[in-house]
Design a binder for this molecule. Structure first.
Ligand code: TXA
Ligand code: MG
Length: 316
């Protein structure tokens, strides 16, 4: 018997979820990128439960979700660049900004840093839930640390049953990879490629974005935490840029390479991103050795390749 209820995302369920969140409960909910495991960002005990549920190293801070730009401005120090980027909200973009005095967040959310990662998600269920909760919601992806991110309520139920108080089912997520993270602490820097492509960000900013350097191996990932090399990992081995399957392998295709299962037979990168974690979850359950066809390094393909490289990295 499952321990965590899964409810379809109707108004009643969203009201119940809002009350749960405000009162310190953990609610998994859909965003346009992946499902998040949400907690009231002002409630240290609730946030601690998120770290515990995910088995997440506590140096790794969480993204705070709010329903409107104005709420973000109450939490972080605003700037011209923040303004430029916030025109892309609601959307798959997370901004790292200096914390503002009187922000009211639990220090656990930011893992003691003096900056905060903020996002206004573009999903009707996430929006309604944030309004119902009436608090900023800290929400990492709703998966145990280091495992594949969930793009369906069923993934969350399988990975976190008994660890969340409620799962809101809003169907499969539209984008399928996490948000792009941009730091505005110094000059605008890309910390994590994601659902918002660099081209779009640079158009909003009006100049090129810098790219943060990878933290040296073994160093606590302070500037770009969460950028641990082995991350988003399925249990099985993964081989990238495969033109064909080796014996015993399942091949994930793209475009002209059909494979056993294709991310997008027409070579559409948006479709491929949306299907990526779902296909990996499914093959992973079969315990298969997995090979993946080459994915072009353009647009959201940059985020797809980033997740694939992390999933393929040696784990021990
Ligand atoms: O699409 C998404 O971003 C999803 C949905 C649920 O919104 N959330 C998500 O959260 O991917 P999470 O916790 O799995 O990834 C958050 C990333 C981590 O790499 C974390 O280290 C980084 O954001 N982060 C959070 N606060 C930060 C800060 N102050 N400075 C730098 N990086 C930060
Ligand atoms: Mg994650």
């Amino acid at each position: 018997m499952p321990k965590t209820p899964v409810l379809p995302a109707d108004d009643r369920a969203i009201r119940r979820a809002g009350t749960l969140l405000a009162g310190g409960g953990l609610v998994a909910f859909p965003t346009e990128t992946v499902y998040g495991l949400g907690a009231n960002a002002r409630d240290g005990t609730a946030v601690a439960r998120v770290f515990e549920a995910k088995g997440r190293p506590s140096f790794n801070p969480l993204i705070v979700h709010v329903s409107r730009v104005e709420e973000a401005m109450e939490i972080a120090e605003w700037s011209g660049d923040a303004n430029a980027f916030s025109r892309l909200w609601p959307g798959p973009l997370t901004l790292v900004l200096p914390l503002r005095d009187g922000h009211g967040l639990s220090p656990l959310v930011t893992a003691g840093l003096n900056s905060v990662a903020l996002r206004v998600p573009n999903h009707p269920v996430a929006q309604k839930l944030l309004r119902a909760a009436e608090v900023p919601v800290a929400a990492p992806s709703a998966n145990p640390s280091g495992r594949l991110s969930p793009t369906r309520a069923a993934h969350v139920a399988e990975l976190l049953d008994g660890r969340a108080d409620l799962i809101i089912d809003g169907g499969p997520t539209r984008l399928g990879v996490e948000s792009t993270i941009v730091s505005l602490l110094d000059d605008a820097q890309l910390l994590r490629p994601g659902g918002a492509a660099r081209e779009m960000l640079e158009a909003a900013l009006g100049r090129p974005l810098g790219r943060a350097q990878e933290a040296p191996t073994g160093e606590a990932p302070r500037r770009a935490p969460g950028q641990l090399t082995s991350h988003y990992a399925p249990r099985a081995a993964l081989r990238l840029n495969a033109e064909q399957a080796a014996p015993g392998e399942m091949l994930i295709g793209f475009g002209e390479i059909a494979g056993d299962e294709s991310l997008s037979p027409t070579g559409n990168l948006l479709e491929a991103a949306a299907r990526l974690f779902d296909v990996l979850h499914r093959l992973d359950m079969d315990g298969a050795q997995i090979a993946v066809a080459p994915i072009p390094e353009v647009g959201i393909g940059v985020a797809i390749n980033d997740r694939l490289r992390r999933a393929a990295a040696p784990r021990d």
